[in-house]
Write a protein that binds this ligand. Sequence first.
Ligand code: ZN
Length: 239
Amino acid sequence: MSMKPDQICYLCGKKNATTRDHIPPSCLFIKPKPSDLITVPSCKDCNQYFSKDDEYFRALLVSLEINKSSAAEKIFEEKVIPAFDKSSRFLDRFLSQTKEAEIYSEGGIYLKDGVVIGYEVPRIENVLNKITKGIYYKEKGEILSSEYTVMSFPIDYQFPKEVIDYMNDIPIRYVGDGRIFAYRVCGMKDDNNIIYCFMFFYNSILVTTFTIPVKEAQEIKRKRKEKKGNDIVTSDGGI
Ligand SMILES: [Zn+2]
């Protein structure tokens, strides 16, 4: 779909949004795709730049959900396996983050031996950044100020019960029947630029993101780096 040339791109903020980008990436859906997919104005460059990250994000999500969601299973068979077949580099990169490991509870008690699916944080962050900015645009009708950025909690981060209760009180919005994507969004009274997004992929993966002033985000990232020293987190690890 083409747009008026003076529309502002929801990612880079330049006035050349001649295309529309899907929120979340349309590759996450199976055919027939829902008719109410969210789209936001985007420039051609931003629209295409992240397609590899979108593919990686999809491979990670459906790998996590393969035994739980028939939609995830279908996408794994029809899209992810052929993508792995086509590019052994993609498969290698993906598998290099996944390893057998001893899994412990949060309190440090040994639970079992299992497979830990790790992921490349920058790629996943790129996609979550896009989705959050897209939801922000849809909510507010304007792009997120450049003084703000997006941060996310690790995929499947275990939130305390109070947070979950609070989240459950926010109305849920479905795309299509919600089997592939649904979300809750809330703002903050004292800062209009801040939103919290609780996103549900394939019915069960909860990903939480929020917008935050750039300066505060840099401070948090600096602290995280001191603690971890690398940019790989695991699906059942903490921050
Ligand atoms: Zn752009």
